[in-house]
Design a protein around this ligand. Structure first.
Ligand SMILES: C[S@@+](CC[C@H](N)C(=O)[O-])C[C@H]1O[C@@H](n2cnc3c(N)ncnc32)[C@H](O)[C@@H]1O
Length: 269
């Protein structure tokens, strides 16, 4: 067992590590930091101009929302040098890993935006983004408005995603996957691919397999625990009112619902 002093020293050295990362983030040229707390005070002049002002090309832009360490952003950018990738997350210390790697590997088609996804439409103009990746997003079982695949977020994405733009969800969470399936099917959004057990699914073409074999930090943790990885890919047309699913879904029995704090409920809408 760690003594109190040892624990404090460990915490101090961890926060020093974080401080050094935050200092790096300030100077990394591929990082843009606009958390909700500052966005009203610091002008952001790249909305609608990411290609012109940052990427210096006319290539499509793909976002990874809740990118954590940015594995998808960095690895997809290697696979598709003719496309641009932006990882978005609020946690700077995680994002640092991806931003540093992209700099070390000289990736000009990668950027990171540190902000709250709730205000994502402040950073991109209409039609500026072609695709969105949601990688192991928090299932937000208690709060549908916070789910990154809710109709609330879909309506936000519509402000900047091209009409019929593609959304990918890769997740361990049965709750989030089921919820998203209801959201997609209930609103008749075109489903391009769906599997509840990605790594045992047959008939996946070589290119898709290569993309889906990129593993994130959270993904490797869930795989270690023996959980199935689920994936779906759908299109988001701009027209049509979206209706929130009204369905009770069994809660995941791990993660947000910690065993010591379990709710008396077994399902949520
Ligand atoms: C479960 S982690 C997954 C991280 C990474 N995609 C992975 O698979 O390793 C969820 C990430 O989403 C970020 N996130 C969740 N909600 C967010 C929000 N509203 N705005 C910004 N980031 C958010 C968290 O900071 C966290 O890094």
């Amino acid at each position: 067992m760690l003594t109190f002093a040892l624990k404090r020293r460990k915490k101090e050295s961890m926060s020093k590590g974080k401080l050094a990362k935050f200092a790096d983030m300030e100077r990394f040229e591929n990082v843009f930091q606009y958390p909700y707390s500052v966005v009203d005070d610091v002008p952001f002049d790249m909305k609608g101009k990411w290609r012109e002002m940052y990427f210096h090309n006319d290539n499509p832009i793909v976002l990874e929302l809740g990118c954590g360490k940015g594995e998808y952003t960095v690895e997809l950018a290697k696979l598709y040098p003719e496309m641009n990738f932006i990882g978005v997350d609020i946690k700077g210390a995680r994002m640092w890993t991806g931003a540093k790697k992209a700099i070390e590997e000289g990736q000009k088609n990668v950027a990171f935006l540190r902000t709250n996804i709730e205000i994502i439409d402040r950073f991109f103009a209409a039609d500026e983004v072609q695709e969105i990746w949601l990688t192991f997003s928090d299932p937000q079982m208690k709060n549908p408005r916070k789910r990154l695949t809710s109709t609330y977020f879909m309506n936000r994405y519509r402000h900047f995603l091209v009409d019929g733009g593609i959304i990918h969800l890769k997740t361990d969470s049965n709750f989030l996957f089921t919820y998203t399936t209801y959201m997609v099917d209930g609103n008749h959004l075109p489903v391009l691919f769906r599997t509840e057990d990605l790594y045992h699914q047959e008939g996946i073409d070589e290119e898709t397999r290569k993309i889906l074999s990129i593993q994130t930090y959270y993904e490797s943790m869930w795989i270690e625990r023996g959980l199935n990885i689920k994936y779906q890919k759908f299109a988001l047309p701009r027209e049509g009112e979206l209706v929130e699913p009204d369905i009770e879904i069994p809660l995941d029995d791990y993660r947000s619902y910690r065993r010591d704090k379990r709710s008396s409920k077994d399902t949520a809408k």
